[in-house]
Design a protein around this ligand. Structure first.
Ligand SMILES: Nc1ncnc2c1ncn2[C@@H]1O[C@H](COP(=O)(O)OP(=O)(O)O)[C@@H](O)[C@H]1O
Ligand SMILES: [Mg+2]
Length: 317
């Protein structure tokens, strides 16, 4: 039995961003300081809640956001299930590691693909029926207390051409049918608008959109807005954009413009910077959240604050 590392609470002398309720375009650039916009109309969510971290652009901080928010909630005593929905580099599975039960045969190590497609065909017995795999069967502990992972690998792409139908709401049903109690589910969605990504967006209550301020990213955010609007119209009317995060944040006119337009596009959402922090890029190789690797990093404080704001009944650690 492995002992799980508890994720410690943040030091309270960290420098947190100030919280404002209105976007302020008047302050001259020189005096402008980064702050977290929490509009008066923003409503924190209550557990159990399903968040999807999404943007149809890569390298904007989706995986980082999913891991750091999950770690922040786990540190607050919430039980968190992190679903790796991006087959490209299995980033979460690599970053946090998966603790399989001792003696579990490799063939029974399930991942998100099995939740969509069921068990693999037995090559020795090709006529044997494929069994369903529940989300709980594909959920494993990590080395960290309260933090569980549904891994994936590049075989997740098989869902695109092997599943015969009903892919859209497969994940939503899998979450609804889960017998295990989780306070928060966080889905790291792929940038590719695949059937699996669609299923991730349909399964979620709240979307969190990381944006890296840059010309292409500003355009990218327009296209993710279209995707979200379409999903809200068609398959998931309850999907709400809870937060827009400008990641790798550095003071610039562009960052300011991106935040301003995010506040206009989503007047009820949190708009917050996540400051650029070198130690974030080092964390995956240490197989721990940045919160453990570099607990005093500015981005860790930012994610901690955002995690607190997003969920209502967060029990203080
Ligand atoms: N606040 C930040 N400061 C510095 N680097 C960051 C920050 N957030 C993310 N990164 C780095 O940016 C890169 C892309 O982030 P990642 O989370 O993998 O994006 P995505 O999942 O959208 O492709 C990674 O190398 C990550 O370490
Ligand atoms: Mg990623």
């Amino acid at each position: 039995m492995t002992t799980l590392t508890p994720i410690p609470p943040l030091a309270d002398d960290l420098e947190f961003l100030s919280i404002v309720s209105q976007w302020d375009p008047e302050t001259p650039y020189q005096q402008w300081i980064p702050s977290t916009l929490v509009p008066a109309t923003f409503r924190p969510a209550a557990p159990s809640r399903v968040f999807v971290v999404t943007n149809n652009k890569g390298g904007v901080g989706k995986t980082t956001t999913a891991v750091e928010l999950a770690a922040a909630w786990a540190s607050m005593g919430l039980r968190v299930r992190l679903i790796d929905g991006d087959p490209q580099n299995a980033a979460i599975s690599f970053w946090l590691g998966v603790v399989y039960p001792e003696g579990l045969p490799v063939a029974e190590r399930y991942n998100l693909r099995h939740v969509f497609l069921g068990t693999d065909k037995d090559p020795n017995n090709p006529n044997a029926p494929v069994e369903d795999v529940s989300l709980d069967q594909a959920t494993y502990p990590t080395a960290f207390k309260n933090l569980y992972v549904v891994p994936c690998d590049d075989t997740l792409t098989r869902v695109e051409y092997e599943r015969s139908g009903g892919t859209d709401d497969a994940l939503r049903y899998a979450i609804a049918e889960s017998q295990e109690q989780f306070d928060v589910t966080v889905i790291d969605a792929s940038r590719t608008m695949s059937l699996v990504t669609l299923a991730c967006l349909i399964a979620a209550d709240d979307a969190i959109i990381p944006i890296k301020p840059g010309v292409l990213d500003a355009q990218g955010s327009v296209s993710i807005n279209k995707v979200i609007a379409k999903i809200q119209r068609r398959q998931n009317p309850k999907l709400r954009v809870a937060a827009i995060l400008t990641t790798m944040w550095e003071k610039s006119n562009l960052a300011r413009e991106v935040e301003e337009s995010a506040a206009e596009d989503y007047p009820e959402a949190i708009v917050s910077p996540v400051r650029k922090t070198v130690s974030i890029a080092e964390a995956p190789a240490t197989h721990s959240p940045t919160r453990i690797h570099a607990p005093r990093a500015t981005a860790v404080a930012d994610y901690g604050q955002i995690a607190r704001l997003l969920l209502d009944s967060v029990s203080a650690a």
